[in-house]
Design a protein around this ligand. Sequence first.
Ligand code: PBG
Length: 326
Amino acid sequence: MAFPRHRPRRLRSTPALRRLVAQTSLEPRHLVLPMFVADGLSESRPIDSMPGVVQHSRDSLRKAAAEAVAAGVGGLMLFGVPRDEDKDAEGSVGVAEDGILNVALRDLSSDLGDDTVLMADTCLDEFTDHGHCGVLDAKGRVDNDATNSRYVELAVAQANSGAHVVGPSGMMDGQVAAIRDGLDAAGHADVVILAYAAKFASGFYGPFREAVSSSLDGDRRTYQQNPGNAREALHEVELDIDEGADIIMVKPAMAYLDVVRAAAEISPIPVAAYQVSGEYSMISAAAANGWIDLRTVALETLTGIRRAGADIVLSYWAADVAGWLA
Ligand code: PBG
């Protein structure tokens, strides 16, 4: 009798067999491309800590967005970078109709219509002069409920500008319920809420701070979660589902795959994971040194995030992957 009887290698012997038995799929439609658009630029500007990622001008954004959509990405997540002199303590430029994020949403909405899923980051840190994700009280602490009122205004402005999806990322308590009520009251019952439900206070957001020219001096540990708290993350997920989220998200991705898995097991709604700036930069830097192969590792990490249970993955490689898989 031949030994061993069980030979898993049998199913690995040709590319066609391997394809037939593949258990996890990674397709462009699963991926959402985060993009940055900055006010006052005449052309795009590289972000040093994220090689290959740029702050777009309005024009370069339109071009890159159309290309990414043609390549087949599932959606676009937009972040606005206002001029420093337009930032204030309340982040008013995020709500203003002529604020860069709302202007860019209108550009993309008129270019792309319903051909893609247009998403906007619904948060204040890009727009406040102090760089926090909320408004501050007299003692300098982030004021939860005053911040939620601001998020409602932001979300309604983004929906008015053509966003199909708003993405509250500030981790205020009750933000999803407040935004749902606000959108419904403003006639936007169809606008989707992608809730950053379990967002950890992570060092992996480092390069993002350069990407959005953030003014933050300090940290976000009074609103973002402790990296060690998985049970608390599931509590946050349950609260957001209960408050009316349409999609929940875990962020960052790679260091939190157990949380992605646990969320996927309990969530009746789609689960997203965000492969954040530091994850992108870390892999890009190693690849630039010739230590790892970029394409292999990028695809491996994205497949791993899908395998953990994410239906949707936000990744700065989204458009590249669409090209690689074509
Ligand atoms: C908050 C927000 C952040 C990111 C997405 N939305 C920054 C933060 O919470 O500090 C980080 C994304 C990334 O690092 O790629 N508006």
